[in-house]
Design a protein around this ligand. Structure first.
Ligand code: ZN
Length: 150
């Protein structure tokens, strides 16, 4: 279990140091901003959705390692997914970081996103991990406002 934990930490720090899909997206047709006042994390999410499928996604942000890594991992997981699949993934991810029980049981098909499963032992960190996802939901709903975790 310790090996797994170390692997997960490695994934998080790798995505924090070298965030994937980082920067503004030209040609984006959805955009939303998210803010977690508890920690000071900020995320701006850009999406290009065509025919109900996420073609491109990127983010800009500042904040703690968990918030940035979560946004980076999320953008990797979204490409090519339908909006319905994205909603399902949102539900699974949210369950993983808030429910109790082994992560491997709750998140069999979450791939690298499972690296963030450990945050539920730290309730304050759950908001860092879910910030990008709440911002995603706002972007999909077309709300052009800033979402806050509070
Ligand atoms: Zn944070």
């Amino acid at each position: 279990m310790n090996d797994l934990r170390e692997l997960y930490q490695e994934v998080i720090f790798d995505h924090y140091r070298r965030p994937r899909n980082h920067g503004a997206l030209s040609g984006a047709n959805r955009k939303a901003e998210g803010y977690n006042p508890l920690c000071g994390d900020k995320v701006t999410l850009y999406l290009r959705i065509e025919d109900g499928i996420v073609r491109e996604v990127s983010f800009e942000g500042s904040g703690c390692a968990i918030a940035i890594a979560s946004a980076s991992l999320m953008t990797e997981a979204l490409k090519g997914k339908t909006e319905a699949e994205v909603q399902t993934l949102f539900g699974r991810f949210h369950e993983m970081v808030t429910a109790s029980g082994p992560v491997s049981v709750l998140a069999p098909d979450l791939g690298k996103l499972a690296a963030l499963g450990g945050v539920r032992e730290f309730p304050v960190r759950v908001k860092c991990a879910t910030l990008a996802w709440h911002t995603l939901r706002a972007a999909l709903q077309g709300e052009n406002s800033t979402v806050s975790t509070e």
